[in-house]
Every structure is written in structure tokens, then in C-alpha cells.
Design a protein around this ligand. Structure first.
Ligand SMILES: Cc1cc2nc3c(=O)[nH]c(=O)nc-3n(C[C@H](O)[C@H](O)[C@H](O)COP(=O)(O)O)c2cc1C
Length: 220
């Protein structure tokens, strides 16, 4: 592959429009919460596909785009993911996590039971491509995979939120069962399971406070 530059001239926004867009997005994102209690109501599939397309515009190390998004709607597959995840989570909550981790999780009120995996109409299972696998079985290194996939998932969550959908970042650990269950190739490693849907009518979330801007921003 050789370097081939093309012009890039996006329209420059007037300040007031730029500020209005930034403020609207901030408002949307300040309202985002991780949802663990989903309604089984269907959501527009197009909005979910658009959000995945947004995620796939993420920057990536050497533009290797080292991600795969598996969209699971099939109730039977969601049930099998839940069963396998709950088996792992049970071991985790029974001691594998250690006291410090369990203490950190206590304010979230989570346990080994994961109804969101079957209640939400969609699961997006995100895989990292640890390396590229050519058709002839050859292998090529990927760079900055964790960073690239983390950014893509952030963009996915943002897009879902802007579309009015609720989501959770779920990381049952270890996650090897996901690759096996979903038949993913050996270069892919599960990164997160993201249930997507609407919150249940009786949904509650932990009462968490976010750090104010002044605490996370250093101006020099
Ligand atoms: C990398 C990562 C892993 C997470 N794993 C889990 C998880 O396995 N189960 C869960 O219920 N929440 C999980 N969460 C959600 C966090 O608990 C949640 O983002 C945090 O408590 C803040 O709440 P908020 O998202 O509503 O702002 C995870 C979040 C991140 C970013």
C-alpha cells in the first residue's frame, strides 16, 4: 500500500452552531446511564445498524479497523449467552474477583444474575481482531488494538444514546465462551457484550455522581 492523499475540506461551522451542537451532545451524554433492566419491546433495527456503522468510523491504529460487531437478535442464542455468562459470573461473585473488586462493585448492586442478556432485544458482542488472518491462513500484526476497539465502543455507546436507545457495557470475565458460542475465528477475542433496547418501565439505576469537569480537566 502506498500513500495517496486526497483533499479534505469539511465546512467550517459558525461558532454559535458549533456551540449549540456541542451543548446538545453534552446534554444527551450527561443523561446516559448503564441500564441493566430492559424492556423486551423491539427497537428499530436500523438505529442499531446505524450505531454500529458510526462505531466503525472510529480511528484505529494504522487504520487496521480491528473490530467485529456481532448483532444477536435470536432469542435462543441470547439464552445460551446468558447461561454461559451467568456460570462465569457465579464463579466470579463466589470469590474469583477478590474482596477489593467485590467491594468496588457493591454500590452498583450487581450480582451473578444477568436478565439483561435475554430481556434486551439485541446484544452487540464486540470482538477485537488481535491480528489479521489472511485467507491462506497467514497472520499479520495489528497495532493498538485495545485503544482502537475502546474508542469504537465509546462511539457506539454515544450513537445508541443519541438514537434514544439504552445500553450496558457488560464484560463477563473470562469471555472465551463468546467466541466459541458465536463461532468466531481464532484471531478474534471478545471485548464486551452490549445489550441494547429500552429501559424497563420499572428500571432503576445506582445513584452515582460523575466527577465535575473541574476535577477531570487540567488546563495549561
Ligand atoms: C470496561 C467496562 C466494563 C464494564 N463491565 C460491566 C459489567 O461487566 N457488568 C455491569 O453491570 N456493568 C459493567 N460496566 C458498567 C459500569 O459499571 C458503569 O459504566 C459505571 O458504573 C458507571 O455508570 P454509568 O454507565 O451509568 O455512568 C462496565 C463499564 C466499562 C466501561
Amino acid at each position: 500500500m502506498t500513500y495517496h492523499p486526497v483533499p479534505y475540506r469539511p465546512a467550517r461551522l459558525p461558532d454559535d452552531e458549533s456551540l449549540a451542537r456541542a451543548a446538545t451532545l453534552r446534554q444527551h451524554m450527561e443523561a446516559r446511564r448503564s441500564v441493566r433492566m430492559f424492556s423486551p419491546d423491539p427497537v428499530p433495527e436500523r438505529a442499531v445498524l446505524d450505531a454500529i456503522a458510526v462505531a466503525s468510523t472510529a480511528p484505529s491504529g494504522a487504520h487496521q479497523q480491528p473490530w467485529t460487531f456481532v448483532l444477536v437478535a435470536d432469542p435462543d442464542v441470547r439464552r445460551r449467552i446468558r447461561e454461559a455468562a451467568e456460570a462465569e459470573e457465579q464463579l466470579s461473585y463466589d470469590g474469583r474477583l477478590g474482596d477489593e473488586w467485590l467491594a468496588a462493585l457493591r454500590p452498583l448492586g450487581t450480582d451473578a444474575v444477568k436478565p439483561h442478556l435475554t430481556d434486551a432485544p439485541y446484544l452487540i458482542v464486540v470482538f477485537q481482531q488481535r491480528f489479521a488472518l489472511d485467507e491462506d491462513g497467514g497472520v499479520r500484526k495489528h497495532y493498538y488494538v485495545d485503544e482502537s476497539v475502546g474508542i469504537a465502543v465509546g462511539m457506539l455507546l454515544t450513537a445508541l444514546q443519541v438514537a434514544g436507545l439504552a445500553a450496558l457495557t457488560h464484560t463477563p470475565s473470562p469471555m472465551r465462551f463468546l467466541g466459541e458460542l458465536l463461532g468466531r475465528p481464532r484471531n478474534e477475542k471478545a471485548f464486551a457484550v452490549i445489550p441494547v433496547g429500552y429501559p424497563a418501565d420499572d428500571c432503576v439505576v445506582p445513584d452515582l455522581r460523575r466527577k465535575p469537569l473541574g476535577e477531570v480537566l487540567v488546563r495549561i
